[in-house]
Structure formats: structure tokens, C-alpha cells
Design a protein around this ligand. Sequence first.
Ligand code: ATP
Ligand code: MG
Length: 1020
Amino acid sequence: MASKDCVKVAVRVRPFNKRERDAGSRCVISMTSNSITIQDPRNQQNSRAFTFDYAYWSHSGFSRNKDGLFVPEEAGGRYADQANVFHGLGQGILDNALHGYNATLLAYGQTGSGKSYSMVGNGPNKGLIPSLCERLFQFFRNSQDSRQCQVFFSMLEIYNELVIDLLSKASRSAGGLRVREDQQRGFYVEGLRRVPCDNAVQVEQLMEQGTRTRTTAATHMNANSSRSHMLIIVQLKQIFSKECITKQSNINLVDLAGSERQRSSGSEADRLKEGTAINLSLTTLGNVISALADMTLGKKVVHIPYRDSILTKLLQSALGGNSRTVMIATVSPADICYEESLSTLRYAERAKRIQNKAVVNESPTERLVKELKAENVKLLLRMSRLGQEGRRADDETKELRRLLTHNDLQIRAIQTLWEQHLQEALKDWETQYATITQERRMMQMYPYIMNVNEDAQLSGVVKLFIQEGEWDIGLADNSPRALSIRGLGIQEKHAVFSSHQRRVSITPVFGSKVIVNGTSVSKNTELQHLDRLVLGSNSTYLYIGFPSERSGEDWSRYDYDYFQSELAAAEGIHIQSLCVGQNQTDPSLLAVFYDYIKLMPMVTEANQMSKELKKGVEFKLEIKNLAMSDSKGHDLEKEIAVRVTTVESKQVWMWSKSKFVNRKFLMEEVYQQEVVGGERADRAPLARDRDPFWDPLEPLHLGSAHLWLQSLAFRIPLEEQVEVVGPEGTEEAILQAQLVACSPTGLSLGEDDILIDPSELLGKRLDFQLVLDQCCGLRWVKEARNRGVQIGFQVFDCTQPLYSPAVWHNVNPLLDHRVQFTSLRTSQELLNYLQSNALVLELWGLQEGCSELFSCMDGVQMTQEDGIIIDKMSESENMAKTGGSDLSSSLHALHQDLEQLRNANAVLRKENSTLRDQLHSARNGEHFLRGSLRPSCDAEFAKALKVFYHSMTSVRGQLQRLRRHKPSEEADLLGLRLFVDEHSYLLKDFAAQMEQCVTTLKQDVAAIVRRKREKSGIWS
Ligand SMILES: Nc1ncnc2c1ncn2[C@@H]1O[C@H](COP(=O)(O)OP(=O)(O)OP(=O)(O)O)[C@@H](O)[C@H]1O
Ligand SMILES: [Mg+2]
């Protein structure tokens, strides 16, 4: 009978990795019993709690024992080691399988979160799969009953919807194996190699072999294992001869691709969808899980998209079907991974709702044996009856005997197949294992280079030995003295290793790229133990010296990140360079740094592919400063973008990180087909609309300038020359612009209209004009004359940006663009906005063939004088306050009129009485001066303020210059000293200007007050 149970979900938190430790990361995850809380590092108030079936704390409280095992620091400590995890998850899987249920274990999580560590393990810290197999065979050895056990092991990889048999060499070249559907078996991989095993050592050897195939293939295809799913299928058959029953179960052990891949391209629309779906399997898995979870919640689900991807076809029984399933969701504890970890926890939460219906399986073959045996019993009975009856029915007896023999043979065939399989597998092993043994021997004799892969699991699998003499390394494998490697940018003969008198050196062949310890080399270079080599675009190898040079140090620190950080440092990018003057552990800056080192090799590879495919496109990483578009000028957020340029026509695109990652997948595919697959010759060139290297041209955001709005709040006219700063801090142009308060008809206001207190504007009409006069020194047009520019800006609550008309082919174009804005009733929000924000003027670059930007005027309201109405909320709020119906609104208007009349009346009355008083005083011989004093005082105040705000604008400019002032990337110690001097000079200058501003204002105000006192002194 089917037992109904939910997918069990476990979460495991790993220790900080080197990256996170170096960066001083904070742990954002806490655990109590089975509950997990994740804290938003940017907002202490924001945390989320989840509860799962199991929660494993593998983050802290552990030490390494003498056998290299990670164990709890103290007995009974909370640290969950591999044994704990096996005890909680693996044992259950094993028990289920032994009972005859199908069982599945899935590992889900971001790249580097510990999926493979949990599933496969690392060195002595064996993961769930080897431990499970060990226990399985141990159980069989110890079981006292008469069961016969057969274990078949298969290992496959799903990469880009191709199924690759990791235990057979043929499947990848043949374009992968096919997935078929069978009424009884469901989906299965046709022709997948099933290797019989009868001990755990064999399983480990098979896994080693599979990993080797995966690594070599990944290195050759320039692919990354984090993008592929690894599936191990252990088929378990238990024949209980006494009871005459057979239990058969499939154990699926799945190490999924890194989950962030699923999101990387999904987050942003791209013209080219990830058609081939590197992520299709993972995305579909998410959809299947969501649909099944919804079903449990009672929602109506029409369709569960199992058939949409290979992975979900193969896992159909594991999800909502005949299987007992466990998911282990692995998360990083670090603040920089917060988003990914939260997304993993949400995913896991959904998965735990899935209900399965597992049954104990009886295999059709065994049923056949049972049936054959039963038939034999019947045949024997009939024959003995015939004998007893003494009837001579020769023909019938002969036929019965023939059937009996046939059945016997069939039974024996079914039962002996296993023995045969095992014998054949053993032979196979012997040959295969000879190479592994040989390799181990060589490691103890010669220096070698070993691959370092982004996925730590695959590192160190490829080893190339450098024996005495000269050795060519490259694509060529046609000589006995050739070390053959594959990879992007590797030439037929790439470099020569020479080993003489225990000295090993490398000499690059002309034109090939060889980097040693982050530095490009072109001459013979002697290698030292643990030197880092990058050959071609991104084939990374660690050099291991002669055995005598090795002193038991930990090589694992030279991981993929180490290589990439070293290369980034050579380009002048280290984490410190991003954090000038800021808190070093700011998670967003760290994320930018890691994005940078992650994208760097991808950019190199994209460039290499572009070169080989003759696309004429160059890619370059840029760190964009998001302060560009921030109207408050905050300078924290940074983001990685990729600048794409056509070498000849100098067309430029700017791709976001996710778009680039998506395109890179597609480029790889084109490259695979055209270069690796050798289809180039007989293939029509790729249509432009399908070409991942190409995009229609679009206007490009070149940079922004900030025009501070504060003076408008005082109705002080502002005329400015602002610097347009590019995303990398470069000066793109100088923009001359004005902000002028004006009358409704557009006439500039005079000095008498300057306000001392901006709140005087509240509730009143405010008209002002933005005037864009000229753009000077346009770098964009200097680079290529066939270009143009436009200025875009968005004021307060305008929902759409407005653009100045395009100007082309001119480095210093006149813009002469004037726009009027009107607030009919100035709100407090607008006042606040004016006082603390800047108008961001965005410079957009136009290229020949790209369409210009147009202001969308939908929903824009205009005054009679063509002013664009802003501050509409206050209008609508007022409208709302006046009530919905016409009647109540006109009543309200009448009330307001009445109120205004009352106020006017009160003012008039007051004025009347003042006039009366003044008349009275005049009659008594006083000077009639008082009335004229206030306006003249106010005008003086206003002038002082105007001076103050003007000088504040230049102080602000100085502050921005200071913010952008950074040391040159190549700066040495002397350069740094010069920088520090210059910086302190700028600082002094800034402080002096600031001081000057304030002093002038103080003096002006003091003078005004003094004059006022003097004047009042005359009267008193
Ligand atoms: N619980 C743990 N204890 C100690 N080290 C761990 C643990 N989990 C992961 N690690 C280490 O973290 C690194 C990354 O882990 P792992 O390779 O398992 O990640 P992954 O999730 O499989 O990533 P990918 O998606 O790239 O395959 C490895 O060096 C691994 O040894
Ligand atoms: Mg992995």
C-alpha cells in the first residue's frame, strides 16, 4: 500500500569560506533546534524564521582531528559533522531503500554553499553518498537472512539538457543519451551504463572515475560544473529466496547545479532568452516544486510540468510520486550571501509541502521468476499425475519436460546474470584502475601541474607530469613528448616545459597567453613549487614541485578564487580599492568585488570566443557608481557592468551583469557548434537576431551631473557649470544649466522676490524653468564624430523622464533647451525635495543607427502657459479632501473663498489700524520711516542668502571632487604619498571654502542686524 508522506527537508549551514573570512563577513543565520532565522544585514529589524525537519549547524564549534576529520570541538557540541548528517538523513534513505521504497536525496543551494561537500564529501570527511554505500554493503555482509543482494551503480550529468553518462566515454560525443518513457518504469535514461558493485571501495572508484570524466569534459568544453546536475542512481535489488520475494528500489542521489544560476538570467529581460536553457532543468524543478506545494495547499493545479526538462522527467517519481524524498538545502552563513540564502530557504520551505506516495516495489523480473517457479510446480504436478495415472502420454510428457527445462533455464539466466555482470565489471576495473595506480606512482616521482576548477570538487583531477627533458603543452597530442590540454585560447603548441637538473621552467610559444602568479610572461620562466599558471583564456593550473620540495603544506588555499583575486590585483582591483574611506566590510562592496572576480574570467573567455569567431566585439568589465542616478548624491552603491564595443565601428553597448552571464552561456553554445563541433564551414553565418554577440543599438547612459535645487526654495536664480561624471568617475562633459524661478508666463523673478523663509512658498504657486544652455567637451563625441547626445531629467513626481532634443556631431553643442515646471500649490514634500535634492541631469549617448529618446507626455498635465505641472499629489490630496462629489467640492470651494475673504478682511483691518496709528504718530511729529525699513532689511537678507547659496554650490562641487579623488591604480609608494598630499590639500581647500561661506554669511547677517539696531536706535 502506498504510504503518503511529505518531502523531508534539511538545512545545513557551512563554515565561512576563505573569501568570507578575509572579508570579515558576519554570520546572518542562527539556529535553535529545527528553526532557522536569517537576518537582513542591511536592516536589523528584518529577519525571517523557518522551520524544517532537520537543521544542521556546521558553521562553528568544530576542530580538525588527527585524521583530518572535522568534529565538534567538545563532545556533545552543536556542530553537525558528516556523521551527524548521515545519521539524520542518510540512514533514513538507506532504511527506506532496504524496505523496498524508492528513495531520493537532493542537494539544493547556491554555488559553493556545500552541496557537494554534503553529498560527496571532501577527503576523509566523506559525504552522504560514500557513507550510504559503505553502510549498505556493511548491512549486506552482516545480514543473517538468505537474501541475495545486487547493487548497480550509475552516474550521469545533465548539462544544458544533455544527459552525459559519466561512466562511459562515448555518450558526450554522441550528443548525450536519450530519456525515454516506459509504462512501468516511468522515465529512464536509455543505454545508461549500470555497473554492478559488491563493495564500497568499488563505488568510490566509480565516483572517482565519474568525477574525472566530468572534469576533463568540463575543462575541454570550457564548461563549469556548477552549471550541471550530477545524478547517481544506485539500483538495489534484494532477492529473498526463501520467501520468494524480491524488493527493488532506486536510490537517486542528486547534486544540483548552483541555484543562483536559475536567477541570474531570469531577473532581467534580454532580447535573447536563454533558449538552450542551461538553467531549464533547475527552473523547471522550481516550477514543479511550486505546483506540487500549491496542490498540497489545496490550490487548483492544472498541470505539473515534469515533462519540461530532463531533470524533472528523471525525478518525477521523487517529487509527488513513488519515492521517499529528502532535500538538503545548503546555505552560506555570510552577510554577502543573504539574498541567495534567503531564496534557498524559501525554496526549501516550498519543497517540504510536497506529498509523495511511496510503495514497496516488486520487480517484474522477480515476479517472472515467481511465476516461472509456480508454473514449474504446476508442470511437475501434472507430470506426476500423468505418471500416477500410468498413462503413456509421451508427447504430452515430452512437452511438459521441455517447458520445465525452458523455465529452469530462464530462472537460472535471471539469477546468474548478476554474477556474470560482476565478473565483467571486475575485469573492466582492473584496466581502468591501472591508470589511477600509475598516476599515483608518478606523483611521487615527478613535478606536475594540476587543474584548479571553480568547483573545488573537480580541482586536482587532471594532472600533467613534467618528466626530464622538454615537453610541449597545447592542443596537439600527436607526439609522445606532448602534454595535451584543451581550453579557450590554447594553441596547438602553447608553451614548452623543460625539466633539467631538477629545475622546471615554462617558455610560452610566440602569441600564446601564459600568466605566472598573476603576471603575463613571454620568456622562459622558472617555476617554483605552488606557482599559479593561467594558460590561454582561463585554464588554471597549480604547479607542484618535486616531491622533495613539498613540505606537507595545505594546497587548498590556492583555489580558483585565489587565482582570480591575483589576476584582479594585477589589474589594480582589490577590495581595498573599492572601499576607499569606507567601512571595509560593507556587504554591497564585497559583493561587487566578488562579482568582479567571478566575471573577470568570463569576460576573458568571451573576448577569446569573439576573437576566434571573428565577431569583432570586445568586452570590458566596469564598476559603475550608482550615485550617478541618486538625486541625493549618495556614494555607496556600486555595480558591475560590461561594456561591449565593436572594434571597428566603435559602437558601444552596456550590459548588466545578468545580461552578460546569459549571453556568455549563449556564446558558449555558438562556440561549441561552430568551433568545437566543427560546423563552421558548412554553416550559414548566424542571423543577427540570434547572435549573442550583437544587440540593436540603444542610447547609452554616459554619466550624470547634479544640479542642486536648494536655491529654488528661496527663488534665487542659479546658473551653473556642472561636471557630467561617468560611472567610473571620468569627466564626460561640462554642462551649462540654469534653474530660474519665474512668473507663470516665464518672466524671471527679480531680487525683490527672493525669499528668506522657504516655507513662505507653502500652498502658493511656484513656477520655475530649467534651462540647458550648452554641453562642452563631450568625450563621447570626441571619440567618434558620428555620435550625438541628449540630456534626460526627471523632476520631483514626474513619472517619466524628459529629454532635450538630440544634438549630433558636435563636441560643444548648444542645447538651448528650456522647460517650465509649475506647482500650483507648493506642498511640504516639494519644499523638502527642493531643499535636500539635486536634479540629476543624465547624459545619454546616441550612436548612428540608434533611435533617439523621446519624452513621453502621457498623463503629463500642463498649465495654460505650457508649464509642466508637478507636485500633483498635493493637488489630488486637496481634491480628495474636498470630497468626491461636485456639490461637496463646490461647497468646499465656497468655504475656502469665505475663509480667504475673512483673512483678507482681518489683514485689511489690521493694516487700517496700523495706518491709523502711523497717521496718529505723524501728527505727533515722528518720522514716517518705519514702514519702509522691513522691505529693505528683507532684501538685504535675501542678497546675503543668495551669496551664501552660490558659494555653497561651489563647496558642494568641491565635496564631489573629493569623493571621486582616488589614487591611481598603478600608484606605487611615492604615487600614494603624492596622492595623500594632494588629498589633504583638497581637504584643506574644502574646509577653507566652507569656513569662508559661513563667515561671510555670519558677517552679512551681523551687519544687517547692526544696521537694523542702529536704525531702531534712532527711533528709540
Ligand atoms: N559543512 C562544511 N564543512 C566544511 N567545509 C565545507 C562545508 N560545506 C562546504 N564546505 C567547503 O566549501 C567549499 C564549497 O563547497 P561545495 O563544493 O560543496 O559547494 P557546492 O554547493 O557543491 O558548489 P557548486 O554549486 O559550485 O558545485 C568546499 O571547499 C567545501 O569543502
Ligand atoms: Mg558542487
